[in-house]
Design a protein around this ligand. Sequence first.
Ligand SMILES: C[C@H](O)[C@H](O)[C@@H](O)C(=O)CO
Ligand SMILES: [Mn+2]
Length: 419
Amino acid sequence: MTTSLEKAWELAKQRFAAVGVDVEAALQQLDRLPVSMHCWQGDDVAGFENPEGTLSGGIQATGNYPGKARNAHELRSDLERALSLIPGPKRLNLHAIYLESDQPVARDKIKPEHFKNWVEWAKANKLGLDFNPSCFSHPLSADGFTLSHANDEIRQFWIDHVKASRKVSAYFGEQLGTPSVMNIWIPDGMKDITVDRLAPRQRLVAALDEAMSEKLNPQHHIDAVESKLFGIGAESYTVGSNEFYFGYATSRQTALCLDAGHFHPTEVISDKISSAMLYVPRLLLHVSRPVRWDSDHVVLLDDETQAIASEIIRHDLFDRVHIGLDFFDASINRIAAWVIGTRNMKKALLRALLEPTETLRQMELEGDYTARLALLEEQKSLPWAAVWEMYCQRNDTPVDAQWLDAVRHYEKDVLSQRS
Ligand SMILES: C[C@H](O)[C@H](O)[C@@H](O)C(=O)CO
Ligand SMILES: [Mn+2]
């Protein structure tokens, strides 16, 4: 018997075919776009190096929802639950503070062996891994500077941390057969009027050059650098600003990371993609949702998420854009946060794939902006949800809000047992 989902799918196929869109081809393309889920949504960016320590570096997870993961075992279990509710290819993005060791390990001494459980788990779950040095929540970052620190020893400590992190990242890529994108974000900046804005930037260029001096196999490891406008307590000056990293990534040909929350409130990263791609080989996206500030709210299926997805698809950037997420909301169930945000990113990608882009492009070329706007608006109400539901069904994931039942069960059976 044909189910209502199958009937809706057949009708959707016809509706999209009428505007020249092949829905099967769209689903095949969607499978080429993994979304890298960030481990730090699962424990409010605490990590396992010093879980009792406070989060520093001008970022903040607000809320106190019960049941956060307290160790790697719990975090992996929570991730498995989230992953099972999200269709299609996924990756996991790890920070260095999520290492596992019986002994304390200094950040400049981290090694691949401290992440071997993550690699085994990633293999078992058919996931690629991405990585980040953790240049925050540490006594040597307490005065607000790391790679641009004026003190040679402290700066060297962070350079050595990045060097050690690159080895871990290359190990991920080598073990899993897919390059790990390693993103460098540092919190360095000043709260108030800064007299010498140049010297820290000069030191940062030199530190990054030294940290990335070893040539690593690009099949295993990709370097990325992330800019930022401001942080809490670093409102007046950020060493690694947009201009700084745009110049750095362009001149060194590293990947550039664009975080949706790291620009002035009316700036959008969707509009930066087509410019940046002219100068850098790759982009890493931190898809996030800034509400009034860099608040890292859960990603919605909103206009900007859609615009980001549309840029990737319209310009065929499948192999040059790495899609990562960066939000941390501790006020709601953390697993639900992952599921909502990642499903939304994937829905936006699917909707972009279902767009009759060539027709729209032609209208634009011909100067028929009336037809362009009319078609853009009409296609918003084509039955894309029926295509999404078929994709979810084919991937053995819940097609609608039923996924929340699975999260609620897990909350009752597992999360509520955590003190
Ligand atoms: C924990 C992440 O690395 C961090 O969120 C960084 O990517 C960032 O966006 C800081 O504001
Ligand atoms: Mn980010």
